[in-house]
Design a protein around this ligand. Sequence first.
Ligand SMILES: [Zn+2]
Length: 283
Amino acid sequence: MLVLIDRVRFGPAGYPIDAPRERAFSYLREIGLDAMEYQAVRAIPKNEDLLSWVRNEASENDIMLTLHAPYAINLCSKEKGAASVKRLVDSGIAASKIGANHVTFHPGYYGKMSEEDALKTAIESLKRVREELISLGINLELGPETTGKPSQLGSLDEVLRMAEEVDGVRPTIDFAHIHAREGGSIRSREDYERILKIIERELGDLNGLVIHFTEVELTKSGVGERMHHDLGSGYGPPFEPLAEIIAEYGLRWLIISESPVLERDSIKMKALYVDALTKVKNL
Ligand SMILES: [Zn+2]
């Protein structure tokens, strides 16, 4: 584990929606949040002034950062592999400049490959990414995300295989995506516990995970994500049972809200967690 998470931290996927960008980080602190995922999903920031501004603002306000690499990464593709490796290396460079120790990315698409071939190709690409970053003196977590569409590499088992086979890889666990990919599989505490048992078996420890959370509507076919929804919309997965588990197990996670209302739902998630914690303490 390369990212030491000192407590449960909450924050949005991207700059907050209720504050001007200049005040993004102090605003997050004011509303009681302490994490943010920097969005490099369309382009990797290269402007040194911007990168050092983000680094300083985040650290002054105790906002722990992760970085989301570009969507245009496909580690399964033999043709586009080299460009994707470079994009992920560049994302790692940008992450290290803003002080983020975890880079989230979508591993790629199966295309015409078999699932096993796609996975093996992605693992080889990831090894190259890791080697290049280490040769640059950058040792951070590469976080393949559990993905929400059946056409995308990134089932829970697949991202855990990547972690097993490549040093420095620790998946980003997106519960909405697991829910969508498995046809609406997360309804209760037992459903979360089933998933967490698998993760614990493979990683050895549940602490220090980077989590994505939102409620999600499934496609008409019943499998795969259609769109994200606000917390409490009823689409699921429900956050309450997860909050209970985090509180009872004493887990230290960094929880990124991917809901349409970003930090407003981070505040709700934190409140549900604090409620659960109070119940645990009163037991
Ligand atoms: Zn993502």
